[in-house]
Write a protein that binds this ligand. Structure first.
Ligand code: GDP
Length: 324
């Protein structure tokens, strides 16, 4: 898709009294979106846990939309995981995410949903895309192998949004966040993303007085990290200001090496020992810094610094998830 198809940045505020469904409202992103919408005065938020509504169940999903008739949808429901989980269960990541997206978007179309925001991931871009990665890089090269199945599902979601716009004239949009972190994350050691894994590991090592910890890979890949409360603010900003087929990148505009971020986590939790690196574990893509100039030009930039965000996330982890 060329920049010419990038869409328009025109304001159309959402009606705070309209039924608004946050799909995945118990997840990292969905729960932050929920808090943000609540804080912004949305009166009729709709959420269902996966036990209450299985979004891979097409009939149940259609029934839910027919009953509740949401006017707006934030599609944050997804099967997500870190590098090990994606690399080990690619078929699950592909199948479950395709099912969720197709069911929610088809049901939303039938129920006449006006505005829908589909959330993807920066892993949709080619492994060796020019950095920072512009939206136009989509489908210009090979994907990173450790999460290509997940990425293909997300690319299909972007295409469904674009196709629904073309065929049905719906002003639906897509946003591609960089690596997210914050309260409500999955802190399990195998399936999580790097930041929650590091928080758990360094916090436990500090508490036990261990001499060293072992992280995955070489520590040299670079990643960009966005606090999920910033992501939630960006979601609302996009829904109220952006109308176009092309996905919009959401990030901070700066990245750092995994070994640098590990050192910050060690400082924040008070770990003073040594860090070793297990290079038998995959590094993943060498770098994925998003070009966030489009979103910045439209008036939104991230506000939560990494150190501040990590301090707040560590405090949340210690209170809510450490002993879980
Ligand atoms: P990615 O951004 O899709 O590669 O996903 P992750 O957040 O899972 O991993 C980011 C980087 O952190 C990779 O280079 C990993 O090898 C590295 N890493 C270091 N230690 C860990 C860990 O304990 N868990 C995870 N998930 N990644 C780690």
């Amino acid at each position: 898709m060329s920049s010419a198809d990038a869409g328009s940045w025109s304001a159309s505020p959402l009606d705070r009294d309209a039924p608004t469904y946050v799909a995945g409202h118990r997840g990292l992103v969905g729960s932050a979106v929920w808090r943000r919408l609540e804080g912004e005065g949305f009166q009729q938020l709709l959420g269902r846990t996966s036990a209450e509504l299985d979004l891979t169940d097409r009939t149940a999903t259609f029934d839910f939309f027919a009953e509740t008739r949401p006017r707006y949808v934030v599609l944050a429901a997804a099967k997500v995981g870190g590098i090990w989980a994606n690399n080990t269960y690619p078929a699950d990541f592909l199948s479950v995410n395709l099912q969720i997206q197709v069911n929610v978007m088809d049901a939303a179309l039938e129920a006449g949903v006006e505005r829908l925001l589909f959330l993807g991931s920066s892993c949709i871009y080619p492994k060796f895309a020019d950095q920072p990665i512009h939206e136009d890089s989509l489908l210009t090269g090979h994907l990173e192998e450790t999460n290509d199945a997940y990425a293909i599902a997300k690319i299909a979601g972007i295409m469904q949004v674009q196709a629904t716009r073309r065929q049905h004239g719906k002003p639906w949009i897509s946003a591609m966040p960089t690596n997210l972190y914050g309260p409500g994350d999955n802190f399990s050691s195998d399936t999580s993303h790097v930041l929650p894994a590091l928080i758990r590991r360094y916090d436990a090592a500090a508490a036990a007085g261990d001499e060293s910890v072992v992280n995955w890979g070489s520590g040299t890949p670079r990643r960009e990290f966005l606090h999920v409360d910033d992501m939630a603010a960006a979601c609302l900003h996009l829904m109220e200001h952006y109308d176009g087929p092309q996905q919009v990148n959401v990030g901070t505009g700066s990245d750092l090496q995994i070994k640098e971020v590990a050192q910050i986590v060690a400082d924040v939790v008070g770990f003073e020992g040594r860090t070793d690196w297990d290079t038998s574990k995959p590094d993943g893509t060498p770098r994925k810094l998003l070009d966030v100039s489009r979103l910045a030009a439209a008036g939104w930039t991230a506000g939560i610094g990494l150190r501040e965000g990590l301090e707040q996330t560590v405090a949340w982890y210690r209170e809510h998830a450490r002993d879980a």
